[in-house]
Write a protein that binds this ligand. Structure first.
Ligand code: NDP
Length: 278
């Protein structure tokens, strides 16, 4: 008997097999869940449908667990409404909704926060934060009682993580959105939570500079290592399952304990040891 037997829902934000959304989807499908996936729309002149292909390359290996793979740009209200209609047609009601989407222009990610452009700020907030609100609003009519929503966030929204910059501000807003949406959807017994993942090598992660963070976490996190895609997959699936009933408005850290540290911990030992050697 699987944790997701008889459950159906949406996975938004698979770009390839390194995507966090794919790690979570894999766990859900392994546990019996049926998923509908989104991909960024392809340009009409792109005969090869590159965006769609990137997602179907993952999903085609699981035909029994995949209901559909359809385009959705979360910046577009009409597309969100059409995706909700499609969801109602294909599924009736859904039990889970994963939002694993973020974007900021490299020009804004590459400068100090103080130099963020107005346009870049609006774009990053629109795609990375408002989209969660818009999607929840569009889908509230198709969510079963006890359905669960999960978003993906990062510690850079709680504390200043130099380099994460405008995306840190987006994540702070996303964390707040999770709490307010949890309140709004609570009366219909729909839960809204987020997983705060440690750094992972993905397309978005590389753009946000996870390379150095991986080294830092390895030394500073209580577990003395980085987390894995599978661990985030398990935690995401947990928050989207009935196992987490009773939990809403929560930010669950899957970061080897990094967020619990109040000092660099063993990183200092490593620095002191290196000093002694020189
Ligand atoms: P991915 O690049 O694999 O996933 C990001 C997804 O967002 C892609 O599928 C991308 O589509 C999609 N996306 C971007 N813009 C839009 C849009 N306008 N409409 C619809 N979809 C869009 O990276 P991750 O798996 O790392 O990122 C998933 C989430 O996890 C993000 O919220 C990220 O901030 C968060 N996170 C990541 C961490 C990490 O270290 N990797 C750590 C903590 C949180 P496309 O590729 O086609 O543009």
């Amino acid at each position: 008997m699987g944790l997701f037997d008889g459950k159906k829902g949406l996975i938004l934000g698979v770009a390839n097999d390194r995507s966090i959304a794919w790690a979570i989807a894999q766990k859900i499908m392994e546990e019996g869940g049926i998923c509908g996936f989104s991909h960024l729309p392809d340009r009409p002149d792109d005969d090869k449908q590159k965006n769609r292909r990137r997602v179907t390359k993952c999903t085609e290996k699981h035909p029994e667990s995949v209901k559909f793979v359809e385009p959705l740009d979360v910046q577009n209200d009409e597309q969100i409404a059409a995706f909700a209609e499609l969801t109602a047609k294909e599924f009736g009601k859904i039990d889970f909704l994963l939002h694993s989407i973020a974007f900021a222009d490299m020009r804004d990610l590459g400068v100090d926060t103080i130099e963020t452009s107005r346009g870049g700020f609006k774009l990053a907030m629109d795609i990375s934060v408002f989209s969660l609100i818009a999607v929840c609003n569009a889908m509230k009519g198709v969510m079963n009682e006890n359905a669960a929503v999960a978003a993906m966030t990062y510690f850079g929204g709680e504390k200043c993580v130099p380099g994460y910059n405008v995306m840190g501000i987006c994540k702070a807003a996303l964390d707040a959105a999770v709490r307010y949406l949890a309140y709004d959807l609570g009366p219909q017994q729909v839960r809204v939570n987020a997983v705060s993942a440690g750094p992972l090598k993905t397309l978005a992660g590389s753009a946000a500079g996870v390379g150095d963070m991986l080294k830092l976490y390895q030394h500073m996190a209580p577990l003395n290592r980085n987390i894995t895609h599978e661990e985030v997959g398990n935690a995401g699936a947990y928050l989207l399952s009935d196992m987490s009933n009773g939990i809403t408005g929560e930010i669950l850290h899957v970061d080897g304990g990094y967020n619990a540290m109040g000092s660099p911990g063993r990183l200092l030992d490593a620095i002191n040891a290196a000093k002694k050697q020189t």
